[in-house]
Write a protein that binds this ligand. Structure first.
Ligand SMILES: Nc1ncnc2c1ncn2[C@@H]1O[C@H](COP(=O)(O)OP(=O)(O)O)[C@@H](O)[C@H]1O
Ligand SMILES: [Mg+2]
Length: 584
């Protein structure tokens, strides 16, 4: 895990090394200054030697300046290295996510991926900056100050040693208790992020169902929980300050008392006592820094682990070693295909045998959840089969170059999206070199030309993110046009005309038949009228083929089909009422 994260430091290695070096420079200067101070007090002020004060004062000024410079450069390079690491982590995750198959995305969920790319990266970035700046500085500073204290007066310095041990014990108790709450906090953060992500991305549905109050309550509860946890954790951490201060003041009192006796006895000078006090504060402060670094680093460990999971995730679907580069024709064959979304999970499709000739138009019909979408997703290899084979053009889809396969098998997904950009930009997702004329032609076929031409800026109209400024039916038609631009050998419409009126639906089908006769067309629909003119119709029920034939054949001998046909002809019939129909 640390190797994965470390590998992303890349071009920021120099900055990562420079940071601790500059910080150590700062520490060294900080250590020398109290010693110079002692010299000014003892040799300069006490002996009335003003020349000494000037000379040592000048050296002190130079040291202070160097220390300041070290601190400044350390902070600068620390920021450069940590923000650079964050940038590289995000890029590495994003690049790998682009390689993910649908199955990989299912595993992490969209909300999870977003949290990992934002909150988690920020945590690691902060921790890394802290490590670079403090991890070396604090121990070095601690040791230097300790050494100096012992050098000045070993007897007094041993007081620090005792204080340090006591403080160390108390701090570790506080930290270990706080850590328990903090790890809870981070789990709660995930929940909160998930609920925000879900709510915001589905805000239209929330509004449509007037669920704002419910969502508000849900969110308030999650947010309250987080607040309580944080309060508990911070409440414990808050003890750090008072404990720290009590220790420092006790030490100073002790040293003043013992030191005063020593000064009277002549075994210690005033200047030395002064520097000892400065070192006391340095030592204990650094101890506290160390404990804080510990908290921060252990909290960011979980984030680092989650980031490296994304970077190291192997795409579950990859190009074969020696890929077939050409799809010969649009014939499709399913041979004893079984499919499940999760390994060991229940089969969504069982024993599918299906042979479709190139250029055929196939209607697919069945209630929701019967596996229609799953079935067609196997053709463009959005998922891999569990058992059996799916072939296009007579070749197993797993042997094709994926880009070639997906260019030839064009899917208008059920949950389709448009991207922000003009209508032409969106259409050119299908073929980036398409001329405007070709785009217009595709829109004519998809019956999208009428409404586009009525828009004020026609084909240059800007589509908002997620296509919110076009209606559902318009969006569907744009998506069909986009898929047509690929000039695919297989075109799959997954319930893509559900929001289009029946007359337009018929016009689109008619255009397909005339302009792309050689393309195999698979049309998933809820309405019998959308599929009845197809060459053959597939009836799916509970992941199995229930019937496959022409409209007349199915009317004759398929009970589900006949019942749906009858109810739809009587008006208002819906496929789902019959999804458990079957041939009983
Ligand atoms: N990404 C997914 N992960 C797990 N299960 C899924 C996923 N998509 C669909 N399913 C399940 O697979 C079954 C078939 O779904 P689907 O093929 O989408 O049906 P249809 O398109 O006919 O409505 C359903 O039981 C559904 O819950
Ligand atoms: Mg579906």
């Amino acid at each position: 895990m640390l190797k994965t994260i470390g590998a992303q430091i890349k071009e920021y290695r120099a900055a990562s090394i420079a940071t601790p070096l500059f910080m150590i420079l700062e520490v060294l200067m900080e250590t020398v200054i109290p010693l110079l101070m002692a010299s000014i007090v003892d040799k300069g002020i006490a002996e009335g030697n003003i020349g000494h004060v000037y000379r040592v004062g000048a050296v002190m000024l130079v040291c202070a300046f160097i220390g300041l410079l070290g601190g400044l450069l350390g902070a600068r390079y620390g920021a450069k290295a940590s923000t650079g690491l964050a940038k590289n982590l995000r890029e590495a995750m994003f690049t790998n996510i682009q390689r993910f198959s649908f199955a990989n995305i299912d595993k992490f969920s969209t909300a999870g991926l977003i949290t990992r790319m934002t909150t988690d990266v920020t945590n690691v970035q902060n921790a890394y900056q802290m490590i670079l700046r403090m991890c070396f500085r604090a121990p070095v500073s601690l040791i230097c100050a300790m050494a100096m204290a012992f050098f000045i007066n070993a007897r007094l310095a041993s007081i620090y040693l005792v204080a340090m041990m006591i403080l160390g014990v108390i701090l570790s108790v506080i930290i270990s208790r706080a850590m328990r709450y903090f790890s809870e906090v981070f789990k709660k953060y995930d929940d909160l992020n998930a609920s925000v992500q879900e709510n915001i991305s589905a805000i239209r549905v929330v509004k449509a169902y007037v669920r704002e109050d419910y969502e508000n309550q849900k969110f308030t509860k999650a947010s309250q929980n987080l607040y309580k946890m944080f309060l508990k954790a911070e409440g414990i951490v808050a003890w750090n300050g008072p404990v720290m201060m009590t220790t420092i003041y006790t030490c100073i009192l002790l040293i003043s008392w013992v030191g005063a006796h020593m000064i009277i006895a002549g075994s210690l000078t005033t200047g030395e006592l002064m520097s000892l006090m400065t070192y006391c504060i340095t030592i204990l402060m650094n101890l506290m820094f160390l404990s804080m670094i510990f908290v921060m680093v252990s909290m960011s460990m979980a984030a680092a682990r989650r980031i490296s999971e994304v970077i190291n995730e192997e795409p579950s679907i990859e190009n074969p070693a020696d890929p077939v580069m050409e799809v010969k024709d649009g014939s499709i064959d399913f041979d004893h295909v079984y499919f499940a979304y999760k390994e060991g999970g229940a089969d969504v499709l069982t024993d599918i045998n299906l042979h479709i000739r190139s250029g055929e138009t196939i209607g697919i019909i069945g209630g929701t959840g019967t596996g229609k979408t799953s079935l067609v997703n196997l053709i463009s290899r959005l998922y891999d089969v569990r058992e059996g084979t799916v072939s296009v053009g007579g070749v197993d889809v797993r042997r094709y170059d994926m880009e070639e396969l997906r260019n030839q098998v064009s899917v208008v997904l059920q949950k389709n999206v448009l991207f922000s950009g003009t209508i032409l930009d969106n259409l050119r997702w299908g073929d980036e070199h398409a001329t405007e004329e070709a785009c217009r032609e595709a829109c004519r076929l998809a019956c999208a030309d009428e409404f586009i031409e009525q828009m004020p800026e026609g084909y240059h109209t800007y589509i908002e993110q997620g296509g919110t400024n076009v209606s559902g039916g318009q969006k569907q038609r744009l998506c069909i046009a986009r898929a047509l631009l690929k000039k695919p050998k297989v075109l799959i419409l997954d319930d893509s005309t559900s929001a289009v009126d029946t007359a337009t639906d018929a016009k689109i089908r008619d255009a397909f038949a005339r302009y792309i006769p050689a393309t195999t067309k698979l049309i998933i629909a809820q309405r019998i009228s959308s599929v009845e003119h197809a060459d053959r119709i597939l009836v799916l029920d509970d992941g199995k083929i229930n019937g496959f034939g022409t409209h007349e054949e199915l009317l004759e001998n398929n009970r589900i089909y006949r019942e749906v046909y009858d109810s739809q002809n009587q008006g208002g019939g819906d496929f789902d009422q019959h999804q458990n129909g079957g041939e009983r």
